[in-house]
Design a protein around this ligand. Structure first.
Ligand code: HSE
Length: 434
């Protein structure tokens, strides 16, 4: 058998501990599949742990581990963007391959990290950084390598989907479900990353790069979270045959690329609408394959460790045939990445759900529909109930066919200036996923 492969696991939180457990549980399988002994020689941890294999050297000196001669692959599961970046850059300069689950780091500094890795002839693998255990990076970079991707849409934050599903299906309270997601190890250290859509935006920026062959451009992703979704909108959406999901979209348009993350009404019979709990799912529309859907656990120790170790296995297998550099970091040759513009939110196109709160007066709907038609906006459905009559205020729900956002914004500001419109218009984007 070839020489053993030595791993350093930096960070012993939920994911790092999950990796050690996976290696212990599946060591025979890993050895049989890779043809090599796989051994964790070092663990980077601030606090000594007495519950892990005593042959693993534990240390808080991450830089020393990163340059250690008896480490072949550094697994970075510390999280955050400061220390993690420093350690990874140091390890790359010492010719170590990197496996990371750190989407925030790659979203912000991935272009620089990949360039350094290419310079030093090593690989940075990041399967665990997007959609937990679903091998979506491998699918886009390798399995779909012969396709031209037109769009992808994904539920790519397990915590957010867990919260939305528990609230919608079981009527549970937001804070209570978030606390449970934290206890289960799904949530980010800062859970606002999950509920404000930032974690999903990190992941979308990576997916878009490997789908379209672009540098990573996290700062251009339009981002809305789930904190402003009201129960009444969930109920109205359901009545009209839609489910509200928090989705990330990367769409190729003639004028550029749309990158957006936001709550979205989607038809309730679609597969994505029925992805619940911590599950993630990514739907890809590509030529010539057509639509395909990938589904699985999006967060948690086991799912993430599975993705981390799949990357380790790829690197180990590649060492035997000197092929670990054969898949470009961003799926396309670094010299061939495009500078296609990322569209601003004003330039994006989508359908809309609008909820207006209006005075119950003659002609209000006529004024609203005139403003919409003056702005070239086509209505798909209108819903108004007569069970709010006592207050003199009526909620009116309008579904709008796909329109450029700038036109929608113009129309909404005119609608809001009508005397009969009492509150700001609630708007949620709507996609048919066709
Ligand atoms: N906080 C992330 C989520 C973890 O809930 O999806 C997996 O990236």
């Amino acid at each position: 058998m070839n020489k053993p492969i030595n791993l350093a696991v930096l960070g012993l939180g939920t994911v790092g501990t999950g990796v050690l457990t996976l290696i212990k549980d599946n060591l025979d399988e890993l050895t049989r599949r890779s043809g090599r002994q796989i051994k964790v020689t070092h663990a980077g941890t601030r606090r000594q742990r007495d519950d892990i294999d005593s042959t693993i050297q534990q240390s808080a000196d991450l830089m020393a581990i990163a340059e250690s001669d008896d480490v072949d692959i550094v697994i970075e599961v510390i999280g955050g963007t400061d220390v993690a970046k420093e350690v990874i850059m140091h390890a790359i300069r010492h010719k170590k391959h990197i496996v990371t689950a750190n989407k925030a780091l790659l979203a912000k500094h991935g272009n620089e990290i990949f360039a350094l890795a290419e310079e030093h002839g090593v690989q940075v693998r990041y399967e665990a950084s997007v959609a937990g255990g679903i091998p979506i990076i491998k699918i886009v970079r390798e399995a779909l390598a012969a396709n031209k991707v037109d769009w992808l849409a994904g539920i790519i934050n397990g915590t957010g989907n867990f919260i939305m599903s528990e609230m919608q299906l079981k009527n549970r309270k937001f804070d209570e479900v978030l606390a449970e997601a934290q206890a289960l190890g799904y949530a980010e250290a800062d859970p606002t990353f999950d509920v404000e859509g930032i974690d999903a935006a990190h992941k979308l920026s990576l997916l878009a790069s490997i789908a379209f062959g672009l540098p990573i451009q996290f700062d251009k992703v339009y981002c809305e979270g789930i904190t402003k979704i009201h129960l009444q909108d969930v109920v109205y959406a359901k009545e009209l045959g839609y489910t509200i999901k928090h989705l990330g979209f990367a769409i190729r348009r003639e004028t550029g690329i749309e990158l957006r993350v936001h709550p979205t009404l989607i038809p309730e019979e679609t597969l994505l609408a029925n992805v619940n709990g911590v599950k993630n799912a990514v739907m890809i529309d590509a030529h010539p394959l057509g639509q395909s859907l990938y589904y699985g656990d999006g967060a948690g120790a086991g799912a993430t460790a599975s993705a981390v170790m799949a990357d380790v296995m790829d690197l180990v297998r590649g060492m035997d045939c000197n092929q670990h550099g054969s898949v470009p970091h961003l799926a396309f040759s670094p010299q061939k990445l495009l500078d296609t513009p990322i569209l601003t939110s004003d330039e994006m196109t989508s359908g809309y759900y609008l909820r207006l709160t209006v005075k119950d007066e003659l002609g209000v709907l006529a004024d609203v529909t005139r403003i919409l038609s003056d702005n070239g906006i086509n209505i798909d459905a209108i819903l108004q109930h007569d069970d709010h009559k006592q207050t003199g205020e009526v909620p009116v729900i309008i579904l709008i066919q796909p329109v450029i956002e700038k036109q929608m914004n113009n129309a909404i500001s005119k609608i809001e200036s009508l005397d009969a419109v009492i509150e700001p218009v609630v708007r949620i984007r709507l996609e048919s996923l066709n």
